[in-house]
Design a protein around this ligand. Sequence first.
Ligand code: FAD
Length: 400
Amino acid sequence: MKPPHALVIGAGIGGTAAAIALRRAGLDVSLFEQTMAQREVGAGIQISPNASRLLGRYGLGDAMARAAVRPSAIVFRRWQDGRVLGREELGDSIENRYGAPYYHFHRADLIALLADAFGPREIKLGRCLVDVEQDERGVTAHFQDGTSERGDLLIGADGIHSQVREHLFGEEKPRFSGQIAYRGLAPAERVAHLGLPLDVTNWVGPGGHFVHYFVSSGRFLNFVAVSEEATWTREQWSDRGSISDAAKKYEGWHPQIATILTAVDETFKWALFDRDPLPEWTQGRVALLGDASHPMLPFMAQGAAQAIEDGATLAACLKHAAFDIPTALRAYAALRKPRTTTVQERSRGLSTSFHLHDGPQQLERDHVFATRGVRGSPEALNRLYGHDAEVATTTLEEEQ
Ligand SMILES: Cc1cc2nc3c(=O)[nH]c(=O)nc-3n(C[C@H](O)[C@H](O)[C@H](O)COP(=O)(O)OP(=O)(O)OC[C@H]3O[C@@H](n4cnc5c(N)ncnc54)[C@H](O)[C@@H]3O)c2cc1C
């Protein structure tokens, strides 16, 4: 019997990882990307064990270890004086606990190793999806260049402004969260005098926070600087931000932040958008994945990790011949939605906690950091990092 043909729209981290997982599950996969080259912003990304475990199974263990940095700890520091508010070990400690490493990547390195695993020449570039049609026997994707492709199912992994989502459920713009992020990379030699350890450091303070960690085998220090901004219009959008504007947001903060910013050649400015959890992710033979289905604020560093998990659960659901495709897609959504909704909501909650002005609530937060940990309770961490998105399907099988 011919394997089902999956059309995956969007070759970002979510779509490419899903394409690998679907192929491993025996499907015939076509992966489409609107741009002429897979692109990722010049910035870092944290990949936690719940996602690195899956990528390891896809045969990417050695490639990840070569490209990434394994941080030793996560440290929270006070904005003004740098006092350590809390610290938790990562490194061996997290790897031994969850059986997979915590990694820091340059985004381009991560997307390149995913593309290599799928087969870079097999990604159909320059194909921008404009319409989707489905009937009882299949689904057709129509592209801007006038071409179309027929498959048995279609996965919309086309990001927060998803065309596939709009096609299924109508137009609804994501909401500007009132926060922007400056991101960039400093060559490691320019910050060598700071003697920074291989930690991920989060400086938290009034109206913003500033994160930095090494990527690309330690060649660059990545930073993400999140601050509040009242409005954001598309006209103001620019990929490139100004380093001096970023530095102004952190005036009065610990001098290490200004030192890092002055070591950077260019910075990119991003508006952070949010969306309430969608009521539905699927319709017939079409389903959403990654930011298309559950965009989240970046405060738990989980958007890409959850997208990678989506692909693993989707592939595991489709592997079972007993399910017809629409049923398999509904099973996928039923398994994933409660988890991603929790992560979306917790991420949103952290935007308040990280940005507290000095006062009673800040003192209470700092007390929690010092006494109960910086990333939540051990049980919550076990649920987040210990989750195996492939194994999760067996529960559903047992329930059938
Ligand atoms: C500041 C910041 C920091 C973050 N840090 C982390 C972190 O540390 N760890 C983490 O796990 N997550 C993090 N995230 C979240 C993470 O970046 C996203 O969740 C993740 O990249 C989403 O991947 P995706 O593949 O779903 O979507 P995208 O990366 O948006 O990819 C969508 C792809 O679809 C393509 N596309 C769009 N429309 C079409 C179309 N019509 N036809 C064909 N192709 C199309 C796009 O060109 C793109 O390549 C962060 C986010 C931000 C903003």
